[in-house]
Ligand binder design. Structure first.
Ligand code: BG6
Length: 484
C-alpha cells in the first residue's frame, strides 16, 4: 500500500493575527475585542473588560511579536516544508474602527509583506477574514453581530482585502468556527463587549448569560456576511478558492440507549449541519426551523436573504478538530472536554493536561460524517496538542507526546482518505507557540517551535526548534509516508 498522501496535499500550520502579532496599537491598528481579554488559566477564567485596565496583563498586546519577527518565523515554517500557512487578517489593522472612510495603508502593507514572504518560500497563505476579533468601536456602537449594519461593514473590508491581495492569496476562509454560535458561550463570540465593566469569559461557564434569540440572530448575520464574502470573492477573482469553517462536533452516544443515540444525532445536526448546510448548500436545513421553534427563537430575515445565502456557497469546507465527546439524553455534560463541545468524558479515551479528550479515530469518524453529508473537498485547518513543555538544561525540548498525538491523527486521516474522503490538506494548530485562546496562557503550547515567553509576558521571545520540528519536516518531505 502506498502510504503517501495525494499529490498536492497541503501540509502546514495555522494561527491567528491576535494570538501571534502583538503590536496591538501600532501603525494605526485599532483595538479589537480580543485585546480586551486578560490572561487566565485552566482553573481561572480570562476577564473580559469593557475598557483597558492597566492593572491587568492582556496577552494579545504583545503576543509572540510576529509583527516584527514574521521573516524569521516564516523561514522556520519553510524549513519544515510547509505548503500552506493559515493566519487571519486583523480587521482593525485594515479599518481601525471597522467603519473608517479609508483603509489604513500601514496595515495593508504589513499583510502584503507577510503574504509575499510566504510566497517567496513557496507557501500558500490561507487567510481567515474573521477570527473572534470584532473591532471595539463596532462592538460599542452596534453590539457586534447583533446588528445587520456590521454585515455591510464586513463586506466592505472583504472587498478591500480581496482586491489588495488578489495576486498573492488564493485560499480564503470566511469565519473561524462559525458554528460555535450554536452553543451558549457569551458576549465575546457575538462580537460584543460585556455590559458590566468586567466579566468572566471561561468557555462553557454555566453562569454565562445567554439569549438564544440574540445569539441566532447574530449567527444569521454572520452567515449572511460569510455568503456575501464568498460571492464577492468569486466575482473579484474567479481563481480564488474560499471555504467556510466549523469546529467539528464529533458526538458519540454515551450509551447504546436509543435516547442517547438520538441525542448524539441531534447534537451533530445542530452543531455541524445547521451552519454546514447554509454554507455548503446555501440554505438552512429543514430541521433548523423545528429546532428554533422548540428553543423559542425567531430570526428576523429580510427579503433577499435566501438568495444571498444561495449565491454564497463555499468551494470547500474546512474544520478544526481536537476532541470528541459523549452525549447523554439526560444532561448536557461538562465544559472543558474539548474546545467547545459540552459533553461527557469517554471512559475509553485519555485527555490532555487541559482535559481535552484525545481521540484520533474521531477524526476519521468526523471526516466520514462530513464527507458523506456534503461530498465536497474538506480541509483540516486546526488540530494539535496543547501541552506544558519543559526546556531541558541544554535548551532542548523533547516533546514525544506531541509527535505521538499528531502521528496518530495523521494515520487516521490517511485511513479516511482510503475510505474515499476527498481531503485537501492538514494544518497543525499553532506550529509556533502562541497565546491560548481559551485561557490566555503561553504555557499551553502547541508548537514545533518554542517561544521563550511565559504566562505573564516575560521572556526574550527567542525561537527554538523542539524535537517535533524535525519529525514534522520528515513527514512533509515524505508527503506523509514517513511517520516514524
Ligand atoms: C480553536 C480556535 O477553537 O481552538 C483557536 O480557533 C484556538 O483560536 C484553538 O487557539 C485552540 O484552543 P486554545 O484554547 O488551546 O488556544
Amino acid at each position: 500500500m502506498d502510504k503517501a498522501f495525494p499529490k498536492d496535499f497541503l501540509w502546514g500550520g495555522a494561527v491567528t493575527a491576535h494570538q501571534t502579532e502583538g503590536a496591538w496599537n501600532l501603525d494605526g491598528k485599532g483595538p479589537a475585542i480580543t485585546d480586551h481579554q486578560t490572561a487566565g488559566s485552566y482553573t481561572s477564567p480570562r476577564i473580559f473588560t469593557r475598557s483597558i485596565n492597566d492593572s491587568y496583563y492582556y496577552p494579545t498586546h504583545n503576543a509572540i511579536d510576529f509583527y516584527n519577527r514574521y521573516g524569521q518565523d516564516i523561514a522556520l515554517f519553510a524549513e519544515m516544508g510547509f505548503g500552506c500557512y493559515r493566519t487571519s487578517i486583523a480587521w482593525t489593522r485594515i479599518f481601525p474602527n471597522g467603519d473608517d472612510e479609508t483603509p489604513n495603508q500601514k496595515g495593508l502593507d504589513f499583510y502584503r509583506r507577510v503574504f509575499e514572504e510566504c510566497k517567496r518560500h513557496g507557501i500558500e497563505p490561507l487567510v481567515t477574514l474573521y477570527h473572534f476579533d470584532m473591532p471595539v468601536h463596532l462592538a460599542k456602537k452596534y453590539g457586534g453581530w447583533q446588528s445587520r449594519e456590521v454585515v455591510g461593514l464586513f463586506t466592505r473590508y472583504c472587498e478591500v482585502v480581496f482586491n489588495e491581495y488578489r495576486d498573492v492569496v488564493k485560499y480564503w476562509l470566511t469565519f473561524n468556527e462559525i458554528n460555535v454560535m450554536t452553543m451558549p458561550f457569551g458576549d465575546a463570540l457575538l462580537g460584543k463587549l460585556p455590559e458590566e465593566e468586567e466579566s468572566a469569559v471561561m468557555l462553557g461557564d454555566p453562569n454565562i448569560k445567554d439569549d438564544p434569540s440574540q445569539r441566532y440572530q447574530a449567527l444569521h448575520h454572520m452567515l449572511l456576511a460569510s455568503a456575501g464574502a464568498v460571492d464577492l470573492a468569486h466575482r473579484i477573482n474567479p481563481e480564488f478558492r474560499i471555504c467556510g469553517m466549523i469546529t467539528a462536533i464529533a458526538s458519540y452516544p454515551l450509551t447504546p440507549n436509543p435516547d442517547d443515540v438520538l441525542a448524539a444525532q441531534q447534537s451533530m445536526q445542530l452543531g455541524n449541519y445547521l451552519c454546514g448546510d447554509v454554507m455548503v448548500r446555501g440554505a438552512y436545513p429543514r430541521f433548523a426551523d423545528k429546532m428554533f421553534e422548540k428553543m423559542g427563537v425567531t430570526i428576523q430575515k429580510l427579503p433577499g436573504d435566501e438568495e444571498i445565502l444561495m449565491r454564497g456557497r463555499v468551494d470547500f469546507l474546512s474544520f478544526s478538530y481536537y476532541a470528541s465527546g459523549c452525549i447523554s439524553a439526560s444532561g448536557k455534560g461538562e465544559a472543558g472536554s474539548g474546545n467547545f463541545l459540552l459533553a461527557n468524558k469517554n471512559p475509553y479515551l485519555t485527555a490532555s493536561e487541559w482535559g481535552w479528550t484525545i481521540d484520533p479515530a474521531g477524526l476519521r469518524y468526523i471526516l466520514g460524517e462530513l464527507y458523506s453529508h456534503y461530498q465536497i473537498p474538506l480541509m483540516i485547518v486546526e488540530n494539535g496538542l496543547g501541552a506544558n513543555d519543559v526546556v531541558a538544561p541544554d535548551g532542548a525540548i523533547h516533546d514525544p507526546y506531541r509527535i505521538d498525538y499528531i502521528r496518530r491523527h495523521i494515520q487516521c486521516m490517511r485511513e479516511a482518505i482510503e475510505d474515499g474522503v476527498d481531503l485537501m490538506g492538514y494544518l497543525v494548530w499553532g506550529p509556533i507557540d502562541i497565546i491560548s485562546a481559551s485561557t490566555g496562557e503561553m504555557k499551553k503550547r502547541y508548537g514545533f517551535i518554542h517561544v521563550d515567553l511565559d504566562n505573564e509576558g516575560n521572556g526574550s521571545f527567542a525561537r527554538s526548534r523542539k524535537d517535533s520540528f524535525d519529525w514534522y519536516r520528515k513527514v512533509i518531505a515524505s508527503n506523509g509516508a514517513d511517520l516514524d
